[in-house]
Design a protein around this ligand. Structure first.
Ligand code: 13P
Length: 251
């Protein structure tokens, strides 16, 4: 039985002070919900302020990116050792980073390995563009991204990761994938690929989220699908009440 995981990716929203206020509201809203892993992912500059707000609340904290090197001449970047101790999770390979900031399958793999080396829990994002979706290329694109992300990662480490399937055409568009459609991609092109790489036991244990226009209104039917183990939520994670509804739908 896989424990569902709901993560709120705040993207480039909230000042440090606003982030603390939202985190306080979320502790009140979802701090006591049991049976579901809850994570919030504010911007880097808010992590240090939000961490003490979440302490003892049962809500986990994550970062939105990291660099694969431990330290060095990489102006503007943040490393796994810097994040370790501040937060437990890190989102890697979000489509916005692939689209706007030159993230590649290779850098996603290097970042995933760096996160695992330092005991962070990677949330590895995959997903096809609208053009790829319309061309019927979803399966090939997504399975290729999964294989590349997990290159040279042993099974024991793969088990510690979370994968997020986020079709790009569903992100921020209000057009979520259908529950059956998202479930089919996750089952046939992600979990099946993990089974091919690592065997059935790892595939049965690894958690795979859906992301893309998840709302308080559609979360329950998405999360009822057998292969959808949670959600990576953008816009709706910025409203404590909406995020609360989504978390409780997973509990
Ligand atoms: P929205 O929920 O705003 O569509 O964003 C999804 C997402 O990209 C989460 O990482």
């Amino acid at each position: 039985m896989r424990t569902k995981i709901i993560a709120g990716n705040w993207k480039m929203n909230k000042t440090p002070a606003e982030a603390v206020a939202l985190a306080q509201a979320l502790v009140a809203e979802i701090g006591s919900v049991s049976g579901v892993e809850r994570v919030i992912v504010p911007p880097f500059v808010a992590l240090a302020g939000v961490a003490p707000v979440l302490a003892g609340s049962g809500i986990g904290l994550g970062a939105q990116n990291l660099h694969w090197a431990d330290s060095g001449a990489y102006t503007g970047e943040v490393s796994a050792p810097m994040l370790k101790g501040l937060c437990q999770y890190v989102v890697i390979g979000h489509s916005e980073r692939r689209q706007y900031f030159g993230e590649t399958d290779e850098s996603v793999n290097k970042k995933t390995r760096a996160a695992l080396t330092h005991g962070l829990t990677p949330i590895v994002c995959v997903g096809e563009t609208l053009a790829q979706y319309e061309a019927g290329e979803t399966g090939a694109v997504v399975s290729g991204q999964v294989k590349a992300a997990f290159a040279e990662i042993p099974a024991a480490d793969a088990l510690k990761t979370v994968i997020a399937y986020e079709p790009i055409w569903a992100i921020g568009t209000g057009r979520a994938a259908t529950p059956e459609g998202a479930n089919a991609v996750i089952a046939d092109h992600i979990r099946a690929v993990i089974a091919g790489l690592y065997g059935a036991d790892v595939a049965a244990a690894l958690r795979i989220q859906y992301g893309g226009s998840v709302t308080a209104a559609n979360a329950a039917e998405l999360l009822a699908q057998p292969d959808i183990d949670g959600a990576l939520v953008g816009g709706a994670s910025l409203k404590a009440a909406d995020f609360g509804v989504i978390v409780r739908a997973a509990a």
